[in-house]
Design a protein around this ligand. Structure first.
Ligand code: SF4
Length: 468
């Protein structure tokens, strides 16, 4: 397992992107765009007569259902996850399939033949050594190879490039931050030694990474705006999700029902109505994700509904919630997510769903506990509880689509995160199982987990549900 000691910014954990998968859609799109961008930069694009993309391991096995093919096609044309037009994307992908022509690096780039059926190879059973989500891109001029580059999509939209040795070139961020940490214990030590709350520690590091405090606040509020917009879009959209499973979107109907029930949304008369809203918001985000909509990775796309729904719950039902609440929540969730990203994994292909929904639940539990007034110890406890009860969770998406069990699973994990955050708040922060111990357990469990349960769609629900 690789690690790199770099203070992960909250903006690394929460990236505006496109559904349905951070590792299988966002990462491959970014890698493809990096490859053709390099051809343009090196003056090779005009000479290129053919490009080929090969996807290995989990990408090859479930890339069909995870949108990897269109992501690579769009990426080769220079599209980036944060700015790609999510409405035009399917139109352009269909056009490339029909014309078998592609433009390199940008919509104005040189046009060459490209048949996705032949030039985009999905290796269903082969994997590269370093990581299961491997990609090899090759450009030719006639029979001569102009350039070949290998990338790994390691989860959450992060992409690393192989340096030719069979493992990635890891860029070490040498920026000095005031509070360097990559474990729960180190984070708590900074809080204790400097009498700081977790969001204050994270804010200090964000400032050292080059943003002003105002830029950090504005950026986090923008993230929340996109999350909230995704919830609204999901609540407003009905129909059937793409991919062939014929999964009907439920959020819109549920939204209408809840609105009618509460007259003024949301004004609950039922004591558990808040839970219904929480469930709805998670479903809405993950349906949008499954439909290839605009989504914030939190920390991945498959688990993108948990943090927005819990934060929406806070903003809706917590008296006095304001912009400051959003900033504290996201800084805290980002700080916890950074520990997972630096010292463990947030990739379902590496450790199963415990690393996606489990980690998102942990981050959301911590964010909630923080804005409810939790001490650093209580917040750490919330993060631990938030993951502990997802240990062993496998990744077995039916049909290789990020729909079943993913969409409902986000709703269930959101409810659990509320419980975890509140439970931790009622304790004194003392815990028998520490956050670091549960993270280590997740990694060990992931290593013991059979490959078929790690985003290959070859085990669990994926093989027990007959596709029609
Ligand atoms: S089962 Fe979990 S890890 Fe697998 S695709 Fe769905 S959300 Fe992601």
């Amino acid at each position: 397992m690789h690690t790199w000691r770099v203070a992960i910014s909250s903006f690394d954990m929460f990236k505006i992107g496109i559904g349905p998968s951070s590792s299988h859609t966002v990462g491959p799109m970014r890698a493809a765009a990096t490859f053709t961008g390099g051809l343009v930069r090196d003056g090779l694009a005009q000479r290129t007569t053919r490009v080929q993309a090969q996807l290995f391991g989990s990408l090859g096995a479930t890339g069909h259902g995870h949108g990897s093919k269109p992501a690579v096609v769009l990426g080769l044309e220079g599209a980036l996850p944060e700015s790609v037009d999510t409405h035009q994307a399917p139109v352009r992908t269909a056009e490339v399939e029909r014309t078998r022509r592609i433009r390199l690096g940008s919509p104005e780039g040189p046009e060459i033949d490209f048949d996705p059926a032949e030039d985009l190879v999905m290796h269903r059973t082969r994997r590269l050594d370093f990581h299961t989500n491997g990609m090899v891109f090759t450009a030719w001029e006639g029979d001569q190879v102009l350039q070949e580059r290998t990338f790994y999509s390691i989860g959450g939209g992060f992409v690393l490039e192989d340096d030719g040795s069979g493992s990635p070139r890891i860029t070490r961020d040498t920026t000095r931050v005031p509070f360097d940490y990559r474990s729960g214990a180190e984070l708590l030590a900074h809080c204790r030694d400097h009498r700081l709350r977790i969001p204050e520690v994270q804010m200090a590091n964000e400032l050292a990474l080059g943003r002003t405090e105002q830029e950090v606040r504005d950026g986090l509020l923008r993230i929340w705006q996109v999350m909230d917009g995704c919830i609204a879009q999901g609540c407003a959209t009905s129909g059937v999700l793409p991919g062939g499973l014929k999964v009907r979107r439920r959020a819109h109907r549920l939204y209408l029902d809840l609105t009618a029930r509460s007259k003024q949304p949301p004004g609950p008369t039922d004591p558990l109505a808040a839970m219904d809203w929480l469930t709805l918001w998670a479903l809405a985000v993950n349906e949008e994700n499954a439909a290839g909509g605009r989504v914030v990775t939190a920390p991945t796309n498959g688990a993108a509904g948990i943090i927005p729904s819990v934060l929406k719950y806070v903003m809706t039902f917590m008296p006095g919630a304001c912009d400051e609440t959003v900033v504290d929540f996201l800084l805290t969730a980002g700080a916890i997510g950074g520990i997972y990203q630096q010292s463990a994994s947030i990739s379902g292909a590496e450790v199963g769903c415990q690393g996606e929904v489990g980690v998102a639940g942990s981050m959301a539990s911590a964010g909630l506990c923080q804005v409810l007034g939790g001490s650093p110890q209580q917040v750490s406890n919330a993060a631990e509880i938030g993951l502990e009860h997802h240990l062993g969770l496998t990744c077995d998406p039916v049909g290789g689509l990020v729909q079943i069990p993913c969409i409902e699973r986000n709703a269930m994990a959101s409810v659990q995160a509320i419980t975890a955050g509140r439970l931790a708040l009622q304790g004194d922060g003392q815990q028998i199982v520490s956050l670091d111990q549960v993270i280590k357990t997740m990694m060990q469990t992931g290593a013991d987990m059979k490959t078929k349960y790690k985003e290959t769609a070859r085990g669990g629900l994926a093989v027990n549900i007959v596709e029609c």
